[in-house]
Design a protein around this ligand. Structure first.
Ligand SMILES: [Zn+2]
Length: 221
């Protein structure tokens, strides 16, 4: 386990983060007494080892996804069979047959498949919940975002990360509901969360479960 100390001009408090590689990143306000930072890390040592164990368990659970032997579609693992000469991708009884085109590697082919899959699934899911929520976005776009699951702007445009369609259905639905509720409130105020909970009563649990899947965000980078 590597521990990195990162001074930051912007930070006002010490923050410990466990990276997907299982490293410990400690960011702290620049100029603070380094002994204070050490003490803080020592105080949190139990929490740190628990988190590192959690991250390593999740890395083992999804090792086949990260190595592209399998991929996730709506939370279900499917085997990838990468086939040169195949005309188009086919999903048959839990096996994804992916064509190899133009010397693409399996990662690029999977990325493309996930985008097409997401473009089918996510707009449908959004339309379904838009009706329930009673607000409709002006535009929905689906792409491989690199840092978030989704966003909503003041022009009522919702952007969704294609990787959202890799998540278990209930987590995907939570993200869609979350973004739709930004059509009421463009912030994360209490009023906003009340709205979210109205349509997704387990929102808190979903947010926690979502953390296990944060590795997906950079899967194709
Ligand atoms: Zn939000």
């Amino acid at each position: 386990m590597n521990v990195y100390y990162v001074p930051s001009e912007k930070r006002r408090s010490i923050r410990i983060e466990i990276t997907y590689a299982g490293d410990v990143k400690v960011s702290y306000p620049q100029g603070i007494d380094i002994k204070k930072v050490d003490d803080f890390v020592r105080e949190k040592s139990k929490w740190i080892s628990e988190k590192v164990a959690q991250v390593s368990a999740s890395r083992n659970e999804f090792a086949d996804i990260i190595s592209f032997q399998k991929t996730l579609l709506l939370g279900k693992k499917v085997n990838i069979v990468f086939t040169p000469g195949l005309k188009r991708a086919e999903l048959q009884s839990g096996v994804l047959f992916l064509p190899q085109k133009n010397k693409e590697n399996v990662k690029e082919a999977t990325k493309k498949f996930v985008l097409n899959f997401a473009k089918e699934v996510l707009p449908q899911c959004t339309a379904y919940f838009a009706e329930k929520v009673g607000k409709c976005p002006v535009k929905i776009s689906v792409s491989h975002l690199k840092s978030k699951w989704g966003s909503c702007n003041a022009n009522r445009e919702i952007k969704l990360n294609a990787k959202t369609a890799m998540l278990p259905r209930e987590l995907m639905e939570y993200i869609v509901i979350h973004e739709l509720c930004h059509l009421f409130e463009l912030n994360h105020s209490q009023i906003f969360w009340k709205k979210v909970i109205q349509f997704c009563p387990n929102a808190d649990l979903m947010r926690k479960r979502l953390k296990n899947y944060s590795f997906l965000i950079n899967l194709f980078d």
